[in-house]
Design a protein around this ligand. Structure first.
Ligand code: IPM
Ligand code: MG
Length: 359
């Protein structure tokens, strides 16, 4: 009998609660199939927490996450809060939870699902074989550097500072090398070392660490060039490691290569096995409450949680195979359907996946 895993659930805003409900069904089915025990606790986070508690990340929610073995997040944000001051924005909660939980590494796989190739804006022959992971530094850089405004003779001036220390670079780079080792053993480190001092420190650090991983092939690519190469030769990338802001931009680009952002999961990790898992897509306020959102990215986030935080490899495979089988059988939610009139809803998709889960 396995020990009980505590999962903190943050449904969040928009379609968040709808997709989370399907992921919870998958947790229940996994308990039945494998005899695992999951104890779930849910709390307010994001816009809904602003509305009900006056802050996007209530202390109670943070405490719940700290008690857990892993966190499953739906999505946060929406137009309702877009014009709020910084402290009252859902994004501030997201940055706050990453920092408070020490989640310095964000892992976003971009995989082409064969049966969905037609959903991409890129030519199938360019995409063929694309299977890459962006490893993004998540708690440093310009996101967390000092920010302020001051008056000058030319009017107000705004300052964002980008800061990285060696330790912050080392820990993410080690993690990326280790991930590359489990895959095709290629690491692409992305920076802007021709211009930025933080990037020069980044590159020096990567080069100093590289000899510890002689089996991994390393390349350095400047960020502007990387943005271009991702469109030109996506299948040649295996693991991409980069700083916070570059990773934010490149991971969106990589996600869109697949044409199916509703399918992509992500993990944010710290030093141990603890992690926060969430779909790459946002809260999609335009379709919230209609029961048509694609729950697959959230369901695949559960698979990622099983593999990376709990070491439940087989259970993770069972979920991934169930998703594959349901897609192969032709079932589609509206976002990935070619014939929109045949699209199924969120609950129907969740039920089909649960039914397809077999050991
Ligand atoms: C992401 C998002 C966030 C980020 C925003 C919502 C603050 O774009 O998770 O990639 O920039 O990190
Ligand atoms: Mg982003």
């Amino acid at each position: 009998m396995a020990d009980t895993k505590k999962i903190a659930i943050l449904p969040g805003d928009g379609i968040g609660p709808e997709v989370i409900a399907e992921a919870v069904k998958v947790l229940k089915k996994t308990e039945e199939l494998f005899g695992y025990k999951f104890e779930t606790e849910s709390n307010l986070f994001g816009g809904i927490a602003i509305d009900e508690k006056g802050t996007p990340l209530p202390q109670e929610t943070l405490e719940m996450c700290k008690r857990a073995d892993a966190v499953l997040l739906g999505a946060v944000g929406g137009p309702k809060w877009d014009n709020n001051p910084k402290e009252l924005r859902p994004e501030t909660g997201l940055l706050g939870i990453r920092k408070a939980l020490g989640l310095f590494s964000n892992i976003r796989p971009a995989v082409i699902f064969d049966c969905l190739k037609e959903a991409s804006t890129l030519k199938p022959e360019v995409l063929e074989g694309t299977d890459l992971i962006v490893v993004r530094e998540l708690t440093g850089g310009i996101y967390f550097g000092e920010k302020f405004r001051r008056d000058t003779d030319n009017g107000q001036e705004a300052v964002d500072t980008c800061v990285y220390n060696v330790k912050e670079v080392e820990r993410i780079v080690h993690q990326a090398f280790q991930i590359a080792r489990t895959r095709r053993k290629k690491l692409c480190s992305v920076d802007k070392a021709n211009v930025l001092e933080t990037s020069r420190l980044w590159r020096e650090t990567v080069n100093r660490i590289a000899p510890e991983y002689p089996d991994v092939e390393l390349e350095h690519v400047l960020v502007d060039n990387c943005a271009m190469q991702l469109l030109r030769r996506p299948s040649s990338f295996d693991v991409i490691v980069t700083e916070n802001m570059f990773g934010d931009i490149l991971s969106d680009e990589a996600a869109m290569l697949t044409g199916s952002i509703g399918m992509l999961s992500s993990a944010s990790l710290g030093e141990g096995s603890f992690g926060l898992y969430e779909p790459v897509h946002g809260s999609a306020p335009d379709i919230a409450g209609q029961g048509i959102a694609n729950p697959i990215a959230t369901i695949l986030s559960v698979a990622l949680m099983f593999k990376l935080s709990f070491n439940y490899q087989e259970a993770g495979d069972v979920i991934e195979n169930a998703v594959k089988n349901v897609l192969d059988a032709g079932h589609r939610t509206g976002d990935i359907a070619v014939d929109k009139s045949k699209a199924i809803g969120t609950t129907a998709m969740g039920d089909l996946i649960v039914a397809a889960m077999k050991r």
